[in-house]
Design a protein around this ligand. Structure first.
Ligand SMILES: [Fe+2]
Length: 203
């Protein structure tokens, strides 16, 4: 494998393909990822499941071998904070928020990061799942912005929003870019701003 001589990085890097979780709630997790992310099991046994929602053979795998234990303080332990899924358009993204809200599935964090507008859910084990739309509608533009804008450097976490205020703004006819700019300016702040981004304990 050729390397870049100055950095030692491979010339050809592998692409991110899937994430695997261990779980004691296999069937609940399969159902939840189906409802929230449209992931369907391509294989599902008593001890494991492989799920995908695109052309890859799997994107999330779930393993439930005997002898597993729950973490004791998951929200404050190191490890994965969240996986993320992206919609192509703002309307698809906000409509998915509405679809899940109508089922009683609500995000625990809602943030305009500039690069993305994001709602964060917790799966039945408490793992974070971010569902986002690109803030620029274009990976090249959001990549340019994250690398070079002072705004991101000064506030990389972004601005909280109340998703219901976004729904109202969309229904009033505002465009995605208008809503995005107003959210960044703090016009849609939630009543209470979360104090941190730790995963809430779910059990
Ligand atoms: Fe993320």
């Amino acid at each position: 494998m050729p390397e870049n001589r100055s950095t030692g990085f491979p010339v050809n890097a592998p692409k991110l393909h899937h994430t695997t979780f261990t779980t004691l709630r296999l069937d609940q997790m399969v159902e939840w990822y189906g409802i929230v992310c449209g992931l369907r099991p391509v294989f599902h046994s008593d001890e494991a499941a492989w799920l995908t929602n695109d052309e890859a053979n799997h994107r999330i795998a779930l393993l439930s071998p005997p002898g597993l234990k729950h973490p004791t303080d998951k929200g404050h332990e190191t490890g994965i904070h969240h996986t993320a899924f992206e919609f192509k358009t703002f309307d698809m993204w906000i409509n998915n928020y509405i679809r899940l809200r109508n089922k009683g599935i609500l995000p625990f964090l809602t943030l305009d990061h500039g690069i993305t507008m994001s709602v964060y859910y917790q799966d039945p084990d408490g793992n974070g799942v971010e569902i986002q739309v690109d803030g620029f509608g274009d990976w090249a533009d959001s990549s340019e912005w994250i690398a070079n804008s002072l705004e991101f450097a000064e506030n990389p976490i972004g601005t909280f929003f109340d998703p219901e205020k976004l729904v109202e703004a969309r229904d009033a006819g505002l465009s995605f870019q208008e809503i995005h700019e107003r959210a960044r300016a703090g016009e849609y702040l939630p009543e209470t701003i979360p104090e941190d981004i730790f995963l809430p304990e779910v059990w």
